[in-house]
Design a protein around this ligand. Structure first.
Ligand SMILES: [Mn+2]
Length: 406
């Protein structure tokens, strides 16, 4: 019995990410070097990266260098490794595709946007054969990246997936098919502030309408918590390598090591936990305290002795307030002066029932406002109620088009 085909599924790296001006470069370097070791140590045949390579469409040069350096080192250290990278909603599709011009047809497959050839789907690029250790094809990946509304043409997401899976089935000669996506599947567990709800074609995709049982494994990106989504086959978000916000601090960040048995049979998934390079703290851990008590808590708190500034803990502070408190950031910063910690946010928490609960009354910082919520609130104020479903969807669609660069 030949050994199973083994791939590693990872996602949502967000290279170039910053938290209140603090960069994550050390964390990304630590993750990528850990990942290189994992690829070699586990004898991985293929690496699947399911989107959001970068945090923004125009990432810093250092983020691009980090990605290219990783591709070079991974292919050098693992001479048989094939790498498939998909574009996510944060990525510029062209930026993902660009190094392909230099790399040519080799072991690195970059699919920034839905590949088409004279309007029709380009199955030669969409369907990627993945070789095992002996060099013969062991599995196929149907490499579908994040799809912008304009990518779908006249059809919808369900018809796209049906067409691609049909073509993969015709080409795969009975070998296992891995289907990918970067999207929000209904029922997936979302963090509160770093994953924009990406809804293409107006509705959250239903797993059952997109993926059929012919896929051995569905490798998804977009949600940051590693999780399986119910279905007849293994449908899985690999999750991000570390928290992008305080609300993700308790996630068990990991990459997924997947074995596809060569003679069919059950798929085996193992989570490899990513070591946490920089802790993420929320103080107090639950609820909020008045500023004087927060100051006392911070003064007494032991942030440890992190070796480098890039491994200082991130900290979000919650202060209980009863009236406007414009000086909170300065007071918290003063309490942390000279301490090995990086402040990302001071959250003001009002007692239950205070104010009218509106966004305007909460005085949230611009960066944490969700456009959909602001739209809904403004609509309610002007028209006495929330926007109708169709209008809310149209707004969500507009958001995708303005926030995702081609
Ligand atoms: Mn995403």
């Amino acid at each position: 019995m030949p050994r199973p085909f083994r791939f590693l599924h990872t996602s949502d790296w967000h290279l170039g990410h910053e938290l209140h001006g603090h960069h994550r470069e050390e964390e990304h370097d630590a993750f990528l070097s850990w990942l290189l070791d994992a690829l070699a140590e586990h004898g991985v045949d293929s690496l699947l990266m399911t989107g959001d390579v970068y945090d923004v469409a125009n990432p810093a040069v250092t983020a691009t260098q980090r990605f290219y350096g990783f591709l070079r080192e991974a292919t050098a250290r693992c001479p048989n490794l094939h790498i498939v990278v998909l574009g996510g909603n944060h990525d510029s599709a062209h930026r993902i595709n660009l190094p392909g011009a230099l790399l040519g047809k080799g072991r690195v497959h970059l699919i920034g946007n839905l590949p088409r050839c004279e309007g029709a789907l380009d199955f030669d690029r969409l369907l990627v054969p993945l070789p095992g250790e002996g060099g013969e094809t062991m599995a196929w990946v149907a490499a579908i990246p994040f799809c912008r509304p304009g990518d779908l043409g006249a059809g919808d997401l369900a018809s796209l997936y049906a067409e691609v899976i049909e073509a993969a089935h015709a080409r795969c000669e009975g070998l296992p098919i891995v289907v990918t996506g970067h999207l929000h599947i209904a029922g997936g567990d979302v963090s509160t502030d770093s994953e924009r709800r990406v809804v293409v074609g107006g509705e959250e995709a239903e797993a059952a309408s997109l993926f059929d049982g012919r896929a051995a494994y569905v490798a998804l990106g977009h949600l940051h918590r590693p999780q399986d989504v119910g279905g007849t086959t293994t449908i899985r978000y690999a999750g991000s390598p570390f928290p992008m916000s305080a609300s993700e601090r308790r996630y068990r960040h990991s990459v997924s090591l997947v074995d596809l048995p060569s003679g069919g049979g059950p798929v085996k998934v193992e989570e490899l936990r990513v070591p946490r390079h920089a802790p993420f703290l929320a103080l107090p851990d639950e609820d909020a305290l008045p500023i004087e008590e927060v100051e006392a808590l911070l003064a007494a708190y032991d942030f440890g002795q992190p070796a480098t500034p890039g491994s200082f803990p991130f900290l979000e502070v919650a202060v209980a307030v009863t009236r406007p408190e414009p000086g909170l950031w300065a007071r918290v910063s003063a309490a942390l002066e000279g301490r090995p910690v990086r402040l990302t946010r001071v959250r003001q928490v009002r007692p239950e029932g205070a104010g009218d609960g509106s966004i305007a009354a909460r005085e949230e910082a611009l960066a944490v406002l969700q456009p959909e919520a602001v739209f809904a609130e403004l609509h309610a104020r002007r028209h006495g109620g929330p926007p109708e479903e169709a209008l809310a969807r149209a707004f969500a669609q507009l958001l995708i088009e303005t926030e995702t660069a081609a």
